[in-house]
Design a protein around this ligand. Sequence first.
Ligand code: GLP
Length: 261
Amino acid sequence: MNQPLGLRLEIFPTEKEMGDRAAAIVLACVAGKPDAVLGLATGSTPVGLYQRLIRTFENGKASFRQCLTFNLDEYFPVAADHDQSYHFFMHRQLFDHVDIPESSIHILNGSTNDPAAECAAYEAAIQSAGGIDLQVLGLGQNGHIAFNEPGTPFDSRTHLVQLDANTIQANSRFFGSQAAVPRKALTMGLATIMEAHSIVLLASGSAKANAIHAMFEGEVTPDLPASILQRHPDCTVLIDREAAAKLSDAAKERWQARVVS
Ligand code: GLP
């Protein structure tokens, strides 16, 4: 019997197995629908997934030629050619190595002088693409998804946000110093993300253990943005053992976690 949909949890021994599983989900989506609309994430966690997609493409076993992509977020203000912009990251980590046409790639413009118009146009573009078939998500240490920080309303659409001190600190490793991290970002909202037909969230390492614990064992609350995923009809959460370290056996049972040894 198939597992019921809803929020599902899979726990892997290491980040490697987690990445293999994430790649299998994305590749199955594209195999079933070659013109799939993919929502993509940045951060260090999905890098392994993107490497696997590149390898599969290079082996001639996948094509992204007909796909459309929408990235979750972008710093603001930031120039697209800044080496820490998400434009730069996505091209270096994925787009430069596969066959997706540049015109099919959508990333919020972090150097716009009209953030509200940019966000509205992004929402409209997602709608006119027919919505996102599969959204890849990472997880912030504070439970954020995309750049929706704690306190973001569940009905939020793509918008300009002020980054949390915790996020600035966590992301300063990429910028060399906290002072160099942009203070704002443009991000899909929680309602935008929840409209994706299916979602796969990846989290690895002990720094995510508290957020995973709160997401599966706490209330659904804007204080922990990722908790809203408890209400998604088809969301798979892939984590490694370190990220699972604070989950109780009762929670694993309640969510019928698939534990891979
Ligand atoms: C950033 C991104 C998020 C990402 C998070 C976690 O804040 N905006 O989308 O999920 O970082 O990043 P990492 O995977 O590097 O821990």
